[in-house]
Design a protein around this ligand. Structure first.
Ligand code: FES
Length: 233
């Protein structure tokens, strides 16, 4: 995890995400060939750097990705329903010869990177091979939700790449779907009650307003075909 210790995100009750501390905001698109799983993220745009800003959480703004107050007009119910963990519990790991993996560290955002190369589970099973091991680590790092955490077999510690504290507004243009806000680098996320959620290297915050595990994305945006056409130009 990187510096900029003041960076934090506060969930506003039935309102937006308040982002504080000069957190860079960019837009990234998943790159796929046809209907195959995506293989990388491509930077599409960079927003002006601001000390603080409010990002839409209800999915109704006309100034995406920023909040324009639509949550009040639509009486958005943003009740936080995610299980609040205060520490990383001992995960049930999928064991491989080179590395192990926690496959369930966060709700699935359905970005599908884990389906590359026949599935990340297969890569873990073949992780005695350095190339497969490295690919598994790369793929886990592409998951915006931080659902897949790879563990070193000797140290027993997570293998996570150092990423700058930033937020990416994600999209999957091939599927014509707008995705969650990808929070990177261990930014503290506080609930509306001021209590922090467990800090993670990656976390996906819902911006369609439909998740059943608020404030985190649970993949519902795919089911409902969340599509901010202004994001997908
Ligand atoms: S953005 Fe994924 S569930 Fe809302």
């Amino acid at each position: 995890m990187s510096s900029n210790k003041d960076a934090r995100i506060r969930v506003v009750k039935d309102g937006p995400y308040m982002v504080i501390g000069n957190v860079p905001l960019i837009r990234e698109a998943a790159v796929r060939e046809g209907d195959r799983p995506p293989t990388k993220w491509r930077k599409v745009a960079e927003y002006p750097l601001k000390e603080r800003y409010a990002l839409c959480r209800c999915g109704q703004t006309k100034s995406s990705p920023y909040c324009d107050g639509s949550h009040a007009a639509t009486k958005f119910d943003g009740t936080e329903t995610a299980v609040r963990r205060t520490r990383r519990e001992k995960p049930r790991l999928i064991k491989g010869p080179g590395v192990d993996m926690d496959p369930n560290a966060a709700p699935c955002a359905r970005a599908q990177f884990c389906q590359r190369e026949g599935g990340i589970g297969r890569l873990i099973a073949d992780s005695g091979n350095k190339e497969k091991r490295d690919l598994a680590i790369e793929i886990a790092g592409q998951c915006p939700a931080g659902r897949l955490v790879i563990y070193d077999k000797i140290e027993g510690a997570p293998i996570e790449r150092e990423i700058e504290r930033s937020i990416s507004v994600t999209e999957d243009p091939s599927r014509k779907i707008s995705g969650p806000l990808w929070v990177k680098g261990g930014i503290v996320i506080e609930g509306a009650d001021g209590e922090p959620y467990l800090t993670a290297n990656s976390a996906a915050l819902c911006r369609c307003g439909r998740s059943k595990r608020m404030p985190f994305c649970d993949g519902t945006h795919v089911e409902v075909g969340f599509n901010r056409t202004d994001d997908l130009k």
